[in-house]
Design a protein around this ligand. Sequence first.
Ligand SMILES: [Zn+2]
Ligand SMILES: [Zn+2]
Length: 177
Amino acid sequence: MSSKHPFVIGITRLRKAPGSVVRFELLGRISDLKVAASRVSEDEDIAVAGTAESVHGGILITATISTRWNGECRRCLEPAFGELEISVRELFERAEPGSTPSSEGDTYPYTGDFIDLQDMVKDQIVLELPLAPVCKADCKGLCPSCGADLNLGPCGCEKTTKDPRWSVLDVLAEKDR
Ligand SMILES: [Zn+2]
Ligand SMILES: [Zn+2]
């Protein structure tokens, strides 16, 4: 297994026997997998396991992609972690070498006797990475007034946020006194 192309499967057997199925289990890493507030680190293993099936029109890949993401909690800014388990079903179509992919983007091209799943794996993970990660479902976040981490306990700021319109009346009331 080459470390530069860990997500390659050989399909010589499939191309010779339409209807046949090959199982695969791959493990690799991909750099630069991130969205705004979460990412899959480049030293994080990504497992891709499933089947490649020779079907009319190409090779059908049915697989599960598993890995772990990390990021910053959108509420308290502490580290957040989670797991991804993504089911995929994608058709790979044979492209002649040098031809421009016909694509409206609903299939992936392959040439020769190999399929490189890396682009598919990348696309799927980017789609599934959380845009607004939280460290835990009930994270209390930071106090909007003093910035204290409310998960560590109450900060002492007044709990009721005043409607700004009423503060004008407060000022008037002060003057009247
Ligand atoms: Zn948090
Ligand atoms: Zn506070």
